[in-house]
Structures are given as C-alpha cells and as structure tokens.
Design a protein around this ligand. Structure first.
Ligand SMILES: [Mn+2]
Length: 263
C-alpha cells in the first residue's frame, strides 16, 4: 500500500445494542480503531446502522455515545470529510449530526469517484427487485407524518420503545448472515447498475458478513461486515481495496483484497 492518505469504510456498529453499558466496550474499540486510522485518513464513510436505534427531537437527542461522537468531531474539525449513511436501524438521523458534527448524511445510495475508481456506496437495505413488504415498511418509516407523530411521544417512552423494537427486529437476530452470491438483492441490484455503467466497487453494509464478491473481471461487490462479531472495515488506497479485521493488540488481518484493473 502506498503511504498516501486512504479512504476508510465501516458499517453496522449498532451502538447501544443491547444497552448502553454492554455497547460501551464496542464503542471504545471502534474509537481506538478511529485513533489508529486518523493520521492516514483522507475520508471516512460509515455505511449505516451506526446506532442500533436513533431518534432525535428538535431539541433532544439520545444519551450516550460521547466517545464516538467526540472522535468523529476530531476528524471533521481537522478537515477530514466524514459521511454517515442512514441504515435501517438509524433511519431517523435528521440534521443534528450535520449541524453538530459537520458530517454529511446520505439517505440514498451514492456514486463517487474515489482516488481514481468509481464507487457505488449504500447501506444495502431495500435495494434491487422484490421485497415489497420491506420497501413498504421503509416508506412508512421515512414518512414525515409518522416522524412528526413519533416526535410527540415522550423521549423516555419513544427511546425505550425504539430500543425494544430494534433488539427484537430480525436483523439483530440474524447477526451472521451467510452471503448467498447471485441470490442476494444487493448482487441483483449491482448487476442491474453494472449493465448501465461501469463501477469498480460496490460497497454495502447491512448484511454483516464481510466479503468481497467478484461481479466481473474489473468489478467487485463488498459487504463490510460489522462491529458486533467481525470488527471489519474496508480501506482503499487508489490501487487496492482491502477488507480488514481490526486487531486492537497488533497487526490488522487482511481478509480479502481486490485491485483496480483496467476498465
Ligand atoms: Mn446492521
């Protein structure tokens, strides 16, 4: 890898799961990873489900996460762009993080040219053909009316309720999802995109199984994994994309890599 600055990708921290106390060691580990990458980071992408449940009121936000939020502020205050994607668990991040932390929030997949390669980045839920039930649920969750009504609830109740809902939702139970290759919605989605235009890398969170899956000779799909079991992240230096496992006590382990090939 070159010594130049790199772009880092991580997702599915699920901070707060199952409660603040038990999530604290995970938060501290993630912050120590952020400390390690800080000197070499040119940009940081967090691809969703950062929080297991998040809902912000106009004047009130959930307790906790101060170490994580402070570290993110250190990145943005020193001019490193940080991107938050909303996941299916933290779809209700409104403008607090943009105003307070200076991060950019993305609610839809984005296309980016990063150090000479074309990326499509998304959390990964509700993409591709099919799954009408989930897509309907997502429409309900993003409805301004429902959000307005939810904000009328007392925070002690709404945040308790949201946390209960989140812990019992199917994605918390299915922590280790086995990637099923061509069967996956994100694979189908990526292939449809790829038939229109070229992408070197598709990067997703959501599925909690760290993998680089080749779509074509010069195009790869990555699922970043999570910080509940895998502690994995992606790093791109302009030549090679590595999927890595963070080791707080030594060298990080390379799980899989893909290099940029001629288009
Ligand atoms: Mn998740």
């Amino acid at each position: 890898m070159s010594q130049d600055k790199k772009i880092y990708f991580a997702s599915d921290l699920h901070l707060g799961l199952p409660n603040l106390e038990k999530s604290l060691p995970r938060e501290k580990m993630f912050v120590s990873w952020l400390d390690e990458i800080y000197p070499s980071t040119s940009e940081l992408y967090l691809l969703g489900d950062i929080f297991d449940f998040w809902f912000e009121y106009r004047r009130v936000v959930p307790k906790g996460y101060t170490r994580f939020l402070g570290k993110i502020a250190q990145f943005t205050d020193s001019g490193i762009p940080v991107h938050f994607f909303t996941g299916n668990h933290d779809v209700w991040m409104f403008d607090y993080f943009e105003k307070e932390l200076g991060v950019t929030i993305h609610r839809e997949p984005i296309v980016r040219e990063l150090l000479g390669a074309r990326f499509l980045l998304a959390h990964g839920d509700g993409l591709g053909p099919g799954d009408p039930g989930y897509k309907l649920l997502k429409r309900i969750f993003t409805s301004p009316t429902l959000q307005w009504l939810f904000a009328k609830l007392h925070p002690n109740f709404s945040l308790w309720f949201g946390n209960q809902w989140s812990v019992s939702s199917r994605y918390s139970k299915e922590i280790t999802h086995n990637f099923r290759g061509e069967e996956e919605q994100i694979t189908k989605f990526s292939r449809i995109k790829l038939s229109d235009e070229h992408f070197d890398f598709f990067i997703f969170g959501h599925w909690h199984s760290p993998i680089i899956y080749p779509l074509a000779d010069n195009s790869n799909l990555t699922v970043l994994g999570d910080w509940l079991v895998s502690n994995t992240y992606g790093v791109w230096d302009g030549e090679q994309f590595n999927l890595m496992r963070y080791n707080p006590n030594g060298q990080d382990e390379v799980i899989s890599s893909a290099s940029l090939k001629g288009k």
